[in-house]
Design a protein around this ligand. Structure first.
Ligand SMILES: C[C@@](O)(CCO)CC(=O)[O-]
Length: 311
């Protein structure tokens, strides 16, 4: 196989606007790309070793910590696919996506690494293959992912997603700005998913009704995005946060940031991603309001904030 001197792959973060958790049970969800938070993987041949060199880890592939087992398994599968299990290389990873905050860092990393290998071996990468390889990492890191993260870290538009059924990008026409804030606490996808599984065991009817309610909020959010109804959209986001909180996947720090955003003039706010830590976002009317809200979030203890216009 003819290879390039180096192989480069990039991908970006995502924010789930609505439908997290409910998407695991077949309800629709909407997520959008965050193009300013990116990851770049660069694969270079080396004289010895199979070395990962990233901001969050450095070392031999076989000695790397258990927290990146998903990435290790993905790389082994890629080496296998290209028939070079013993290839010696350095894989450099540069990223500004915060890890384990529900912003798609692991799916973005898996996609960037997959692209770097395909690029190195001069091979076209189909969407099916990209999803297949990204899922190898995601399944180990997150248990049984819905596929929403994997779909959105490669998208250029918002994605309407129903597990194993629909993945559709759509245009929104909303005047408004998102302010995303990091609680500084690691989100815990596997734990958060099991919180809801437990709730279903204890009280199926009520829990399932809440999951369906989140699904119906996704329908409404899509309409509000397309019809430019920011005030209504804000209410829908806040209602989703209340529902996720009553399902047990919020966190006092997330609730504090949601309240701070609303008090600072946000139209609505909610956690995003799996919750139990991680990130939240607020919807601001415009960029000026977004700055005021970001300041309020920082004052309320956010570790970091990002402003993302919606139009
Ligand atoms: C909690 C969840 O809905 C989102 C995690 O980013 C899990 C999933 O969709 O796989």
């Amino acid at each position: 196989m003819i290879s390039q001197m180096i192989g480069v792959g990039t991908s970006h973060a995502k924010v789930i606007l609505i439908g997290e958790h409910a998407v695991v049970y077949g309800q629709p969800a909407i997520a959008m790309p965050l193009p300013n938070l990116t990851v770049t993987a660069t694969l270079r041949p080396a004289f010895r070793g199979q070395v990962l060199d990233g901001n969050h880890f450095h070392g031999e592939l076989n000695e790397i910590g258990a927290n990146i087992e998903g990435l290790r398994q993905l790389i082994l599968r890629l080496l296998d696919k290209f028939g070079v299990p013993d290839m010696t290389f350095t894989l450099s990873i540069e990223t500004n996506i915060p890890q384990e905050r529900g912003l798609g860092a692991s799916a973005a990393l898996a996609t960037a690494v997959t692209k770097a290998f395909f690029n190195y071996f001069n091979t076209g990468l189909s969407e099916t293959e990209r999803t297949y390889f990204t899922d190898i990492e995601e399944t180990i890191t997150h248990g049984s992912p819905s596929g929403l993260d994997a779909a959105t870290v490669h998208a250029t538009n918002p994605v309407w997603f129903v597990k194993n059924k629909i993945m559709q990008s759509f245009d929104m026409h909303l005047s408004g700005t998102l302010v995303i804030a990091d609680t500084g606490i690691h989100g815990q996808t596997i734990r958060a998913i099991s919180v809801i599984k437990e709730q279903l065991k204890i009280n199926f009817d009520e829990t399932y009704a809440q999951i369906e309610h989140l699904g119906s909020l996704s329908d409404e959010v899509r309409l509000a995005l397309v019809n430019n109804q920011p005030a209504y959209l804000g209410e829908l986001f806040s209602e989703a946060h209340r529902t996720l909180r009553s399902l047990g996947v919020s966190h006092p720090r997330l609730d504090k940031l949601v309240t701070a955003a609303i008090n600072a003039g946000a139209l609505g706010a909610k956690l995003t991603g799996a919750g139990v830590g991680g990130a939240m976002f607020a919807l601001a009317k415009n960029n000026n309001d977004a700055i005021t809200i970001a300041n309020a979030l920082n004052a309320a203890g956010a570790q970091n904030t990002w402003i993302q216009p919606l139009s």
